[in-house]
Design a protein around this ligand. Structure first.
Ligand SMILES: O=C(O)CCC(=O)C(=O)O
Ligand SMILES: [Fe+2]
Length: 484
């Protein structure tokens, strides 16, 4: 049964769209769009494309510049659990196989037997000085990558031993593969947004609104459809025939915005290289929380029968949750607390600016999520007493956080983000002398002679759980509004 197509994804020239329009028309209502006209000046659109045939990737760029990089390569013909089987190899090997396969495939009757797709390559992390692209303003309000540039999401190294290595340090990726490579049906990690730009080549996308996600489920309620082009049994997947999809063929240079929770399947219809980021912010933070909570309940249910014989059941649930998803409820709480503190510090400096409205929106969305947290067992006083001291300190010890270099880096990244979004980034250099001149203040944006950032610190001594975070934000907003 072929998927029913309801229409095409809207296409808009990104140069004619303001940031506020993007928020109102796509980010806030959680709707997809294809943006054109935003990648023409990217270095990758010259360097990564064949000089003599601009429809083809310049594979020799990668085999000469990045030959020894270790990357993950999916075999699109092999399913492993609910994903494609992956192996690690060097870029050199990947390119060599690609070239071999394409010359084999060129002979009539010869089908290349493998279908190798390089995925999730942390190219920016690995080559920070090669500026392949610049993130379009529309996608800059990115808490996930900004946070991961200075912090880690989950700190138990026994669960994620490679946390500090390039392979799981951020969500900025390069994908590359020949015509025919593809990505199975999925919704993105953490229910984040994603944007994906074709540096060269063409992709066909099918997207399903989250209101129809339940129609993809197997009748056992657990597993989901692997590919919409499989021979899907009506008995096993009774909802599938009711699904209505949006589609698009994304051309070279175009960027697709994939909203939170939309299932999608992607096929490269030409040899393709793409750049993509996953991210979240104040507009989809509750999606991230809702998924984490769902996964937490599943993790808990799974070991419910050992609750009575376990000394520390809650810690076990959190451990399993982090192992399955990359973070647990406490990691997420540390994340929103740190992020809220950084927003508070910066808002203290710009209470009457265009930037302030972004920061206030961030803090409000954090409060909303924190208020949902309060009813969870994981945040009961009893459970918080059992979490590791290191984790507890990470959110409770506010005074210490203010002194940490990584927290200062986060503050700086936050203010730079919103300065760029409102178009004030050129003002930056004026304030960059802060370290030499103002000992008590670490905001890059500080324009105050006697900056009393200590007063902000004084608002709260300790954050012992979500209630304290809500209270801190309330107190701070009150005092900031008074200044205004
Ligand atoms: O390009 C692909 O193969 C998959 C990309 C994707 O799933 C995404 O950008 O969210
Ligand atoms: Fe995706």
């Amino acid at each position: 049964m072929a998927p029913t197509i309801g229409g095409e994804i809207e296409r808009v020239d990104g140069r004619d769209l303001t940031y506020d329009e993007f928020v109102e028309r796509y980010m806030k209502p959680n709707l997809p769009v294809v943006l054109t006209g935003l990648t023409d000046t990217w270095r990758s659109r010259t360097d990564w494309v064949d000089n003599s045939d601009p429809t083809k990737p310049n594979l020799s760029f990668f085999s000469s510049l990045c030959s020894s990089s270790i990357v993950q390569v999916a075999d699109c013909n092999k399913k492993e659990y609910s994903e494609q089987k992956r192996v690690e190899m060097t870029v050199e090997d990947f390119i060599r196989r690609w070239v071999e396969d394409s010359s084999n495939g060129a002979n009539p009757g010869n089908q290349p037997e493998s279908c190798q797709y390089l995925k999730d390559w942390h190219f920016v992390k690995e080559y920070p000085n090669y500026c392949a692209y610049s993130t379009p303003t529309f996608f800059m309000d990115d808490w996930l990558n900004v946070y991961l540039d200075s912090h880690i999401l989950h700190r138990d190294t026994d669960i994620c031993p490679h946390q500090n290595e390039a392979n799981c340090a951020d969500y900025r990726f390069v994908y590359m593969g020949p015509k025919g490579t593809w990505t199975p049906l999925h919704a993105d990690v953490f229910r984040s947004y994603s944007w994906s730009a074709n540096v060269c080549g063409k992709k066909h996308w099918l997207l399903l609104p989250p209101s129809q996600s339940h129609l993809l489920l197997h009748r056992n309620g657990k597993s989901s459809i692997y590919s919409v082009y499989d021979d899907i049994s009506e008995v096993q997947f009774p909802g599938f025939k009711k699904t209505v999809w949006l589609e698009c063929t994304q051309e070279s240079g175009e960027i697709i915005f994939v909203p939170s929770g939309w299932y999608h399947e992607v096929h490269n219809v030409e040899d393709t290289i793409s750049i993509n980021h996953n991210w979240f912010n104040g507009y989809n933070l509750s999606w991230v929380w809702n998924l984490l909570l769902e996964d937490y309940k599943i993790a808990k249910e799974y070991i419910e029968d050992i609750r009575d014989i376990s000394d520390d059941f809650e810690s076990l649930c959190q451990r399993n949750l982090a192992a399955n998803t990359g973070m647990n409820l406490h990691d997420f709480f540390i994340f929103i607390t740190r992020f809220a503190l950084a927003n508070i510090i910066e808002l203290h400096h710009v209470p009457n600016s265009k930037i302030a409205s972004h920061l206030v929106h961030n803090l409000t969305s954090i409060q909303d999520v924190a208020s949902k947290m309060t009813s969870q067992e994981a945040f009961s006083a009893q459970c918080l007493r059992t979490i590791t001291l290191e984790n507890y300190d990470a959110f409770s010890d506010v005074a210490n956080a203010f002194e940490e270099k990584k927290f200062h880096e986060l503050c700086e990244a936050v203010i730079k983000t919103y300065m760029s979004i409102v178009g004030e980034h050129e003002n930056f250099t004026k304030f960059e002398t802060r370290n030499g001149t103002k000992e008590s203040c670490f905001s890059v944006n500080c324009r105050k002679e006697n900056c009393n950032v200590v007063a902000v610190k004084g608002l709260v001594n300790k954050i012992s759980g979500p209630e304290d975070l809500i209270y801190l934000i309330d107190r701070f907003m009150e005092s900031t509004l008074q200044i205004q």
